[in-house]
Design a protein around this ligand. Structure first.
Ligand code: PEP
Ligand code: MG
Length: 328
């Protein structure tokens, strides 16, 4: 595996037709940052800040959070890092937050989690906002909110950051050079109000793990369902196509950060749908770069258009044959 990393590390992910695709990694621990150099990825497209909360027996103090975020940014050097605010609650329950409310939930994936919990426990989000703002002093801070379901949730979360920013400003602290706010698209309802989100967003990142669980109403953690629905289904692909259409020509950086982007045929489909930014598990960076270099975007875009207009009986089979025919 080391050899595979090394071979593709310095290869830039240009498509056969000459378009530079952005390939970043998903991370969550200090130690993951070594993967940036090892894979030659363009940055961290998803830093799951909840890892620190999950491995801790008590709520991580703000100073500890600041230290982690600072270390992560230092390790990233000039490369960007997108910090996702805590995605805990639901099935990612942490001992110090477990209470009756969480334990009683029948559908934790649909429950009081992620941004929903963070907005209700404002102290938690405040501390995290301050930690991120302080850690990113003098740099660009990329903040991403998980599980945004309606625009006001995004606004409320951003307001917490802006309050903390004002606090630091009043105390003449060194501030981030710029703050870019983004959201994850993982709740289908958000896609229906995309035009309301556009003016609010610097970037939008599709979380296909949760998005597909919600589209198919299929628990992502249930092994009996793991193989039942295919990411290469017309329902998912058409949904994603509407998203790329909706953001075409807009100033929002659109990417995908779910596991779907790390699989070869799925990545090919995403390229055909219009995605140009991927954040994936480090082990997938080499294989996905290799794939990208074989792709002609006009060809796969045209093929995808035809498949979505008139879905084949089995999309995966069809795409496998197509990929073979095109030397991919
Ligand atoms: C997702 O839902 O696709 C995602 C990237 O976030 P997580 O897997 O952490 O829920
Ligand atoms: Mg998710």
């Amino acid at each position: 595996r080391q050899a595979a990393y090394a071979e593709m590390r310095d290869v830039e992910p240009f498509t056969r037709c000459g378009t530079r695709i952005t390939v970043m990694i998903n991370a969550g621990l200090r130690d993951d940052m070594s993967m940036l150099a090892m894979t030659g990825a363009d940055g961290v497209g998803l830093f799951r800040t909840e890892f620190q909360f999950l491995v801790s027996a008590t709520l991580p103090q703000r100073e500890r959070q600041t230290r982690l975020y600072r270390d992560v940014l230092e390790a990233a050097g000039d490369k960007p890092v997108v910090f996702r605010t805590v995605d805990i609650g639901g099935d990612k329950a942490v001992p110090y937050l477990v209470n009756e409310e969480i334990e009683r939930e029948e559908n934790p994936a649909l429950g009081w989690r992620a941004l929903r919990l963070a907005l209700d426990r404002e102290g938690l989000l405040k501390a995290q906002a301050r930690a991120l703002l302080e850690a990113a002093a003098g740099r660009t801070l990329n903040v991403m909110f998980p599980m945004v379901s309606e625009p006001w949730e995004f606004d409320a979360a951003k307001a917490v950051f802006e309050d903390q920013l004002a606090y630091l400003k009043a105390r003449r602290k060194l501030l981030p050079e710029a703050i870019r706010y983004g959201a994850m698209l993982e709740v289908p309802a958000l896609a229906e109000v995309l035009e309301q989100m556009v003016p609010r967003l610097s970037f939008l990142s599709v979380g296909t793990n949760d998005l597909t669980q919600f589209l198919f109403a299929a628990d992502r953690a249930d092994p009996r369902l793991a193989e039942r629905y295919d990411w290469l289904s017309p329902a998912i692909l058409r949904f994603l196509k509407r998203v790329t259409n909706g953001l075409a020509g807009q100033s929002v950086d659109l990417g995908v950060c779910g596991e779907m982007g790390g699989r070869r045929l799925e990545a090919l489909a995403l390229l055909g749908i219009g995605f140009r930014r991927f954040s994936i598990t480090p082990a997938s960076v080499g294989p996905i770069k290799e794939l990208i270099r074989k792709v002609d975007l006009a060809e796969i875009t045209e093929a995808m258009q035809a498949w979505l207009a008139n879905p084949p009986a089995n999309m995966r089979t069809e795409m496998t044959l197509w990929a073979e025919r095109h030397g991919i």
